[in-house]
Design a protein around this ligand. Structure first.
Ligand code: GLN
Length: 446
């Protein structure tokens, strides 16, 4: 714990942490020492981690990357935090992120951009950019992240680490500040698939406090890591390898897939004609849900309140106007519009229908193959400031990840290679609750 705390302090220029909980960490680590000396300590006893600042941590500031919650001390722990505490982990602090998890570069954070340790003038990806950068710089061996449209996988890819977005419902969302509730899913971010298996083991499981949590036994995620991949059927969606994909990126992905062929896997081309509709559908559904979820941030019970409000509407208008950043406001406006009378059928219902078509495409493909592979991001890490003036350009950074959230499937990003010294990720997508299979496939490559 001390070594990692020292490294965190030495590398504050990366801006990956919003809060460092040194005193608490040292005392938990001491308790861990005692537990270990007595034997019989839980699996992750003494392992230092940090949480994305979207997870409520009792008594510790939980900002969600926003001025709106800059003064918010969570009164309770998220289930994921409780579970990791119970597994023995030591929390070193809270990690930077895009404001309310809206972004693909960590540049929408109230606390400023995070720098990618591989090239500090580039972004780490987002929204779990602090988690990915901190792991890549070896400031922590593991972290929590959340993924609504790619926020675990895309930063993992851009920082050269491993990230797993579990099946929707596998990991409890209780105490994880909601962005788009039907898409949000927490998961582990680590150096390797082996570590991801250990972390997911602690995080997964039914939680009666989350109505969409699935009541299904949690398998032993480490047990099958060394299973042979001979005969594994890998699906390659032809829509993933079209003109939008940078050609160097295509080469790295192809090389990785060839490694799988050497391990005995068989490659099959699949087609998912509705993938192209994923971004437009997501940018109706996610803003619609966020406009509802963020309505609780009104300056009344918690969070930012404007100075000297003259009446109730002044209180609401100025608290929200001053507390939210530009990207969050843009999404609240889009979402409110899409849900308003007369537009609900035209936009929201239509987007939900597209969601079903996308989900059917995946189900059809997964009847033929065990896993689907492809890129995570169309390009490696881009420059800080490069895409901030064009929101649509930024939204396209998630072109290969968003459809998976719409379908609710599990997917991983693992380091696959480099383009000009910048890491590139390989995406592995599996069937519902096939996390153990994904971890096995990932581990065999590593
Ligand atoms: N980049 C996407 C967005 O801005 C996804 C973010 C996420 O997964 N939280 O909405």
């Amino acid at each position: 714990t001390r070594t990692y705390l020292d490294r965190i302090k030495q590398h504050q220029n990366l801006n990956s942490f919003i809060s460092i909980t040194e005193a608490q960490a040292l005392s938990t680590a001491q308790q861990a020492d005692i537990a270990l000396s007595k034997g019989n300590a839980p699996l992750l006893t003494g392992v230092p981690i940090a949480h994305k600042d979207i997870f409520c941590t009792q008594g510790i500031k939980t900002s969600c990357g926003s001025k709106m919650l800059d003064n918010f001390i969570a009164p309770y722990n998220a289930t994921v935090v409780e579970k990791l505490n119970a597994a023995g982990t030591v929390t070193l602090g809270k990690l930077n992120m895009d404001e309310f998890a809206m972004g693909s570069s960590n540049e929408t954070s109230f606390y400023g951009a995070v720098h990618n340790p591989w090239a500090t003038n580039t972004v780490p990806g987002g929204s779990s950019g602090g988690s990915a950068a901190a792991i890549a710089a070896r400031l922590i061996p593991g972290a929590t992240g959340t993924d609504t449209g790619g926020s675990i996988r895309q930063p993992a890819a851009l920082c050269g680490i491993t990230g797993l977005k579990p099946t929707y419902g596998r990991v409890s969302r209780y105490g994880m500040i909601a962005y788009a509730s039907s898409l949000d899913q927490g998961g582990p971010m680590t150096q390797t698939a082996e570590d991801a298996a250990l972390m997911l083991q602690a995080m997964a499981g039914f939680d009666p406090k989350d109505s969409t949590s699935v009541e299904l036994e949690v398998p032993d995620y480490s047990a099958g890591l060394n299973n042979s991949l001979a005969g594994l059927k890998i699906g390659l969606p032809k829509e993933f390898f079209d003109a939008a994909l940078n050609s160097d990126m295509g080469t790295v992905i192809e090389t990785a897939i060839n490694e799988y062929k050497k391990m005995g896997a068989e490659v099959i081309e699949v087609s998912m004609p509705n993938l192209k509709l994923a971004i437009p559908a997501y940018y109706v559904i996610a803003p619609a849900e966020c406009s509802a979820n963020l309505s609780r941030m009104d300056g009344v019970r918690f969070g930012y309140r404007c100075a000297n409000p003259v009446d109730l509407s002044d209180l609401y208008i100025r608290s929200r106007g001053e507390g939210f950043g530009t990207e969050v406001k843009r999404r609240i406006l889009v979402g409110t519009y899409a849900l308003s009378e007369g537009y609900y059928d035209a936009y929201y219902i239509k987007a939900q229908k597209i969601r079903r078509l996308i989900s059917d495409d995946f189900n059809k493909a997964l009847e033929q193959v065990d896993v689907i592979m492809g890129p995570v991001s169309p390009t490696p890490a881009f420059g800080i400031g490069e895409k901030t003036s064009d929101p649509i350009e930024m939204y396209l950074a998630d072109i290969y990840t968003i459809a998976i959230n719409l379908a609710g499937l599990p997917a991983m990003s693992i380091p696959a290679g480099f383009i000009e010294n910048k890491p590139v990720g390989l995406q592995i997508i599996g069937n519902y609750f096939a996390e153990a299979k994904l971890l096995n496939v990932a581990h065999q490559y590593q």
